[in-house]
Write a protein that binds this ligand. Structure first.
Ligand code: 6R9
Length: 661
């Protein structure tokens, strides 16, 4: 552990700073919302006078049926943060109705199906009609304000229809990523006490059919409180329907009128629950509220993504994760722009798929996780084809992006004409917290750059809990004052919410991540605190070692974990997947060790390098280091549920590699 507040010279000292490319301004429909000096001034205002700042922005970005009087109340210590209290509004009205009335034929959803020949565009007025019919259906099933409805759907437009229909009638959605197992779905449905599940007969991904409804059926065997299941017909293959419980989407919707009035909601009424994993225990149902969350989504959509009328936003992430909630659904629709719903994978039918979608629909924005970029980088640059000149913004989210990958994104995909945004945030923060502002902030590859409005980050010493002030410091990342889109509770366990986020460093929100602030105040997210390795009193970030490894031309992907060691406290262990052209030899393992020694220092050199076919990952692409740690510490029998991995079979292979090495 870091002994005391010791200033460190952060790696960024020599990092190159990239200005926003001139080409972005040349192709911009007008000009970016902010220039860098304006960001600085507005940021200062947002921290010094949050009431004025957020009050103005909330009135500008959303339609309030009844205006709020009080902008903010409560605090971290008391766990009662609330925003825009007296205000009344409806999320669906804000995301759909107002645009359907102003510009009925404007594109709302660009659906790109698994098969490239398939898909369609849905206008705002069409979206409103579908949403109203489903809202009516839910009402007829007895769903009322405050009830929860589970959504377990593939990436099809009807998933968005489901989100919006639920919130239109004041119910709370709890979306479960359709890659989760029936047991995970069961646990979430039970915890949220959902009364209705919305699903599809089957999904389609990468040319394969997925037995969505079957998984729901298995989950619901132990969910007696679910009264109805609404099934959208996606593939038309036969699926069992349970008499009295299951209904077809098209049968129900055809019964009801195409307008259903929105429910007036209080600003602090729950909007949704989203389950997320902590470092221990069962997943937490993170609760977001209506007014605050929507203000955060719209504000970051406007400023971070620099969205303008006519833009087309392409978020590749699934709506089952927070990235999909905020930047595939709410942010673009609140701002009235079109949003992409992509059903498939970046590798089907080939590695050009993302780029073909961008070219076909002339997307102005593209947003995905580095894990997808690494896959595509590894596949080879010849796959990048088509006219990508419509792009202005390329976003990255979910994990640190290595400098190598950042540069590849910038040079090969963006052709140095786009602004690369490394956006740092979490399920709990609701919207971006540390991120460049589109068309505005100068960037450094690998740094998420500067805080968004209203976010007052601090770095604290993990041992003493003291704030490390000034630049060139490294420690645990916390946030010092409340912001509108922060989570308000963990469903059914406010105490867990307090303990996880506010009782660790008193008076602050604890992110669980470590970070450095460099000599210019730029933030570098190092990774989860639980991924920190400490070797002979040198505190190392696994992300940093991974970034070193990936600089080696043979490395496709790597994961580094710490394992307890009597002598040094912990040792560094690296798991590496090589690019196809490279072989697993003792020389190669030595070279990789040298690579880390060379890049960071001898103290960071891995004790062991395991060359494996693939790394265990969640369906959202996060590497499960916990599993690697357990294998290394001989706890192979305590791996827990590995069925939610995207590639469960890799675990056996890794165990063999570790035993043989
Ligand atoms: C949005 C999302 C949150 C955790 C977070 C951090 C990691 C997200 C990152 C990043 C480095 C970025 N993370 N964005 N790390 N740079 N730009 O991913 O939410 O699934 O809740 O994960 O992801 O460790 O704490 P969520």
């Amino acid at each position: 552990m870091v002994p005391e507040a010791q200033p460190v010279v952060v790696e960024a000292q020599g990092a190159k700073t990239f200005a926003v490319p001139q080409a972005l301004f040349d192709k911009h429909p007008g000009k970016p919302h902010l220039a860098f000096e304006e960001y600085r001034a507005k940021y200062k205002e947002s921290i010094e006078n949050p009431t004025q700042f957020w009050g103005d922005l909330a009135r500008e970005l959303l339609h309030w049926d009844i205006p709020f009087q009080t902008v903010k109340n409560g605090g971290f210590e008391t766990g009662d943060v609330s925003w825009f209290m007296e205000g009344r509004l409806n999320a669906c009205y804000n995301a759909v109705d107002r645009h359907a009335f102003a510009e009925p034929n404007g594109p709302a959803v660009i659906y790109e199906a698994d098969e490239p020949s398939d898909g369609r565009i849905i206008t705002y007025s069409e979206l409103l009609r579908e949403v109203c019919k489903l809202a009516y259906t839910l009402k007829e099933m007895g769903i009322k304000k405050g009830d929860t409805v589970a959504i377990y759907m593939p990436m099809i437009p009807e998933a968005i229809v489901a989100f919006l229909a639920v919130v239109r009638i004041g119910a709370i959605h709890t979306v479960v990523f359709a890659g989760f197992s029936s047991e995970s779905l069961r646990d979430r449905v039970q915890d949220a006490k959902s009364k209705v599940v919305i699903t599809a007969d089957e999904g389609k991904r990468g040319g394969k059919n997925i037995a969505t409804k079957k998984i729901v059926d298995a989950a619901l065997e132990e969910c007696p409180d679910v009264k109805n299941v609404i099934v959208y017909r996606r593939t038309g293959n036969e699926v069992p329907m349970k008499e009295g419980r299951d209904v077809w989407w098209h049968d129900e919707l055809s019964k009801y009128p195409a307008y259903c009035p929105p429910e007036l909601m209080a600003s602090e009424d729950p909007l949704f629950l989203l389950y997320t994993s902590g470092s221990t225990g069962k997943p937490k149902g993170v609760m977001h509220t209506t007014g605050g969350y929507l203000v955060g989504a719209a504000a970051t959509g406007k400023y971070v993504f620099d969205l303008h009328p006519g833009d087309k936003m392409g978020t590749a992430g699934d709506v089952g994760w927070i990235t999909g909630h905020t930047y595939c659904v709410y942010a673009p629709l609140l701002l009235g722009v079109a949003t992409l719903v992509f059903e498939g994978t970046p590798a089907y039918p080939n590695f050009s798929r993302y780029w073909e979608i961008i070219a076909k629909h002339k997307l102005t924005h593209f947003y995905c996780a580095p894990t997808a970029l690494r896959l595509l980088k590894r596949a080879g640059d010849h796959h990048i084809k088509g006219d990508l000149s419509s792009l202005r913004i390329l976003g990255s989210v979910g994990e640190p992006i290595a400098e190598e990958v950042w540069r590849w994104y910038h040079e090969k995909v963006g052709r140095e004409e786009c602004h690369i945004l490394d956006t740092y945030w979490q399920t709990e923060t609701g919207s971006h917290v540390i991120t460049p502002i589109g068309g505005c902030t100068p960037t450094k590859p690998g740094s998420a750059s500067l805080p968004f409005f209203g976010i007052e980050p601090a770095i604290v010493d993990p041992v003493t809990g003291r704030e490390l002030v000034g630049n060139d410091v490294e420690g645990v990342l916390v946030i010092k004052q409340p912001w509108p889109s922060m989570a308000r509770t963990v469903w059914g366990s406010h105490q867990r919410y307090m303990d996880t986020y506010f009782n660790v460093y008193k008076g602050c929100y604890f992110t669980g991540d470590s970070a450095a602030r460099d000599y210019e105040g730029y933030y570098w997210i190092r990774g989860r605190v639980d991924d920190v390795v400490n070797v002979s009193a040198h505190r190392l970030s696994t992300a940093e070692i991974e970034a070193a490894l990936i600089q080696h031309p043979a490395v496709a992907e790597s994961a580094v974990v710490g394992v307890a060691d009597e002598l040094t406290g912990q040792t560094v262990n690296a798991f590496v997947a090589l690019k196809d052209a490279y072989k697993n030899t003792p020389e190669m393992r030595k070279e990789l060790t040298m690579q880390v020694r060379k890049s960071i220092g001898p103290f960071a050199a891995p004790k062991a390098v395991y060359i494996v076919d693939d790394l265990p990952k969640t369906r959202s692409g996060k590497i499960m280091r916990r599993i690697l740690r357990k294998i290394l510490s001989g706890e192979e029998d305590q791996l827990g549920d590995i069925s939610t991995l995207s590639n469960p079979s890799v675990v056996e292979h890794i165990i063999n590699v570790v035993h043989e090495t």
